[in-house]
Design a protein around this ligand. Structure first.
Ligand code: IPM
Ligand code: MG
Length: 400
């Protein structure tokens, strides 16, 4: 038993040292990339696997339509990055194969299709999630996930911490003995500060006076306790702008997201990684399903845009891949366009998406053969994007 404890202590020491090193790296403040002076802007397309193959094909068509002029002038270049499939990742036994990571790093932003994340007992080797690995490798610390239900006055923007929490060492836990397993949760001052500050900045820029912080600091006292403390410290800086912060525990927050009397009040929600993972799926389901929600993974140098959901192997197995909803990736694309400096294109695309999936709804995606295919929905979205009366049409729906 003493030997086992000693082995564990050695592993733990290594983990602590690597985390201390990471903290030092975070302390070196880098500047944000400036897209206005970046030419060409390189967009990498990773198609993923499962339904990713299908929906990223549609997302690619939309992206190339939106950026037609810039692709022609060479201001923007789009390149395919092969090899981020579960088959290839399993073959080389890596979350992200080295050559793929190298290609990703040569781009500025990535549009990524869903990729399969194995767990123990699957037919695949139990490798780390590609999403998690890329987020860590590129230091994409902010996972921004908007969810809107206009008919109910819901307009939420989640700022999920994207590199720490239970995720950072999710593949580094270990079985100490045949009976005892240990995982780790890591929260740092710097990691908390950067995501919380981003949420407050967003609130300030968008004239939102209320930021909700989600933790379980009453039980998880040290790590969530730090997140909570940092949030209160940063909130004090923003009091002068009339922004208030409020802290909710994750369990009651999950309940309040489905409470019609309360949920409209939430606007900007900032939370540690795992709570963000869970609550954003819940929120997306309320909006119409996880297939409707996009996600931006943002760091100072790189950013990656993707659906909030996974590769849905069940849909593929049941022959339903072509009925998968591409609007998750297309919403993510609107975030991408905004991020690289084309807010007008982003607005146009979001308006077309709103018309097609929320208001006019000439067709509906159900994920089954009683609904539209992803290809049909994409065509419909492009029709609306190219409609000269797009904005007037959208206003007609939103002003009533
Ligand atoms: C998400 C996904 C990922 C996560 C999975 C695929 C690893 O659920 O982006 O929310 O847990 O972060
Ligand atoms: Mg998730």
């Amino acid at each position: 038993m003493i030997n086992k404890a000693k082995e564990a202590k050695e592993k733990f020491e290594k983990i602590i040292l690597s985390q201390l090193e990471r903290v030092e790296k975070m302390k070196k403040k880098a500047d944000w990339i400036d897209y206005a002076s970046t030419s060409p802007i390189m967009i990498g397309l990773c198609h993923g696997d499962g339904i990713g193959v299908e929906i990223s094909k549609h997302a690619e068509t939309v992206l190339k339509t939106m950026l037609k002029d810039e692709l022609e002038t060479g201001k923007i270049k789009v390149k395919d990055i092969e090899g981020l499939t579960i088959e290839n990742r399993a073959k080389v036994n890596k979350a992200v194969p080295d050559d793929v990571l190298e290609e990703i790093k040569k781009c500025h932003v990535i549009l990524k299709g869903p990729t399969t994340t194995p767990q123990d007992g699957d037919k695949w080797p139990n490798i780390e999630s590609a999403n998690v690995a890329i987020r860590k490798e590129l230091d994409l610390f902010a996972n921004v996930r908007p969810v809107r239900i206009p008919s109910e006055g819901i307009d939420w923007c989640f700022f999920r911490e994207n590199t720490e929490g239970e995720y950072i060492l999710g593949s580094k836990g270990f079985d100490v003995t045949d009976d005892l397993s240990v995982d780790f949760k890591v929260v740092t001052e710097q990691g908390s500060e950067r995501i919380i500050r981003m949420a407050f900045e967003y609130a300030m820029k968008n004239d939102i006076k209320y930021v909700t912080v989600v933790t379980k600091a009453n039980v998880v006292k040290t790590t969530d306790g730090r997140f909570s403390r940092v949030a209160r410290r940063i909130a004090r800086e923003y009091e002068q702008y009339g922004i208030k912060q409020d802290e909710w525990y994750v369990d009651i927050m999950a309940a309040k997201l489905i409470d019609p009397a309360r949920r409209k009040d939430f606007r900007v929600i900032v939370l540690p990684n795992l709570y963000g993972d869970i609550l954003t799926d819940e929120a997306a389901q309320l909006q119409g399903g996880v297939g409707t929600a996009g996600s931006a993974n943002v760091g100072k140098r790189w950013a990656m845009f993707e659906a909030i959901h996974g590769s849905a192997p069940r849909m593929v197995k049941e022959g339903r891949a072509k009925y998968a909803d591409p609007s998750s990736m297309i919403r993510a694309e609107a975030m991408l366009l905004n991020h690289i400096g084309f807010p007008d294109y982003a607005k146009k695309l979001n308006m077309a998406l709103d018309i097609c999936t929320l208001y006019e709804k000439k067709m509906e995606i159900t994920g089954r053969d009683n609904g539209a295919t992803g290809e049909e929905l994409t065509k419909y979205i492009l029709e609306r994007v190219n409609d000269p009366g797009l904005e007037a049409n959208w206003k007609k729906y939103t002003s009533t």
